[in-house]
Design a protein around this ligand. Structure first.
Ligand code: CA
Length: 230
């Protein structure tokens, strides 16, 4: 969401009062619209309501771990996340786990350093509106350009991966049978040779799912086919 004056909206999830106050004042002076939450519960509501352009997320919060919440954000929003950690040891955790964070800062940090990182993360190409595309969750598939994005990040797909994902995206929320997948994407291929389809589903999961072993978007309907969920 960009406010009428074109300022970026940043959701600050921080329970330490001194940081909350400093960020509120400092980031507003830097031209951001600050939406503040002190708990994950509050942040979850504000995320939905305000559709922020960027999220600043503390690791240690009163009602849970910012790391777990970052995973949740990744699955539902394309907004970049900057993790804020209090200890250097937490940085290792943030970096070691694939949680979808775009960047991190360690407390204590300088406002100037934080703002520089925020601006770097927000620098993105202008959105091109098109009816030739389907948006699901944080993803956008454009048929005319044959492109696939997560937020502004381009995800490279092979030709068959793109065709398979397009087929599932045009049936978003509905099951597509294995037979239809094979017929549409690999016309002429023997139906018994289903390993090709399995391999492509596996590769797609590795490219779009945060945890490919527990997919949230590309769902297997056992014995029937696949369903793409937003
Ligand atoms: Ca904290």
């Amino acid at each position: 969401m960009v406010d009428p004056e074109g300022r970026s909206v940043v959701l600050v999830v921080e329970d330490e009062e001194s940081y909350q106050d400093a960020l509120n004042v400092g980031l507003t002076l830097e031209g951001f619209v600050v939406v503040a939450a002190t708990t994950i519960g509050e942040a979850r509501k504000l995320l939905e309501k305000t559709k922020p352009d960027l999220i600043l997320l503390d690791v240690m919060l009163p009602d849970g771990s910012g790391i777990d919440f970052c995973r949740e954000i990744y699955d539902t929003s394309a907004a970049p996340v900057i993790m804020v950690s209090a200890r250097a040891s937490e940085v290792d955790i943030v970096l070691g786990l694939e949680i979808g964070a775009t960047d991190y800062v360690t407390k204590p940090y300088r406002l100037r350093e934080l703002v520089a990182r925020m601006r770097a993360v927000l620098r993105r190409p202008a959105e091109v509106g098109s009816s030739d595309e389907i948006i699901f969750g944080p993803f956008r598939i454009n048929f005319g350009r044959r492109s696939f994005n997560r937020g502004e990040q381009v995800i490279e797909l092979s030709r068959k991966e793109f065709e398979l994902l397009s087929l599932l995206a045009t049936n978003l929320g509905n099951v597509v049978t294995r037979e239809v997948c094979l017929d549409t994407v690999w016309w002429g291929l023997e139906l018994s040779d289903t390993r090709t389809l399995d391999t492509h589903i596996k590769r797609l999961r590795q490219k779009i799912e945060l945890d490919p072993a527990n997919p949230r978007h590309l769902i297997t309907i056992r014995g029937v086919g696949y369903r793409l969920d937003a």
